[in-house]
Write a protein of this length. Sequence first.
Length: 183
Amino acid sequence: MTQLTIYPDDQPEQGQKITNYSDIASALANIGVLLEKWETGQALAKEASSEEVMQAYDEAIKKLNEKYNFKTIDVISLNPDHPDIAVMRQKFLAEHTHADFEVRFFVEGSGIFYLHVDGKVYATLCEKGDLISVPANTTHWFDMGTAPYLKCIRFFTTDEGWVGNFTGSEIARNFPDFDTLTA
Ligand SMILES: [Fe+2]
């Protein structure tokens, strides 16, 4: 289930958990983050290609594209047997920002966005059907755990796709990771 835990950024043991969807959405709206539940269809096969995912969500993609006029759209698809999991996980776990706003549509699986804003950390567990939009320059990191499963459609308003500006902070190490928060 989608959930949000809000922590003071220096007290990882003082998390306050919110599970009501509209309460989660309004807490996130306060920091400029959009969270919406979108319709999803039948489960896609684990090995579904990017093209198959894009085809299955053609209408949602069109709707978002009309609104934001994206330049690049891709699919990130992770399974526990993906060969680069450890490297990818470390990259996403490092605190970073993007010059572009970040839009993700979870069509399968789950992952946690940790948004670090105004002295707080907002750990947002996103699941199938969640559409999240993180404003440009929002400090954050992401975790999908040691045995990830997710398929996300990613939308970019630049040609470059995913470009992270790393802050060099190791704050992520202090906070409960995906495995801990979903145990
Ligand atoms: Fe990011």
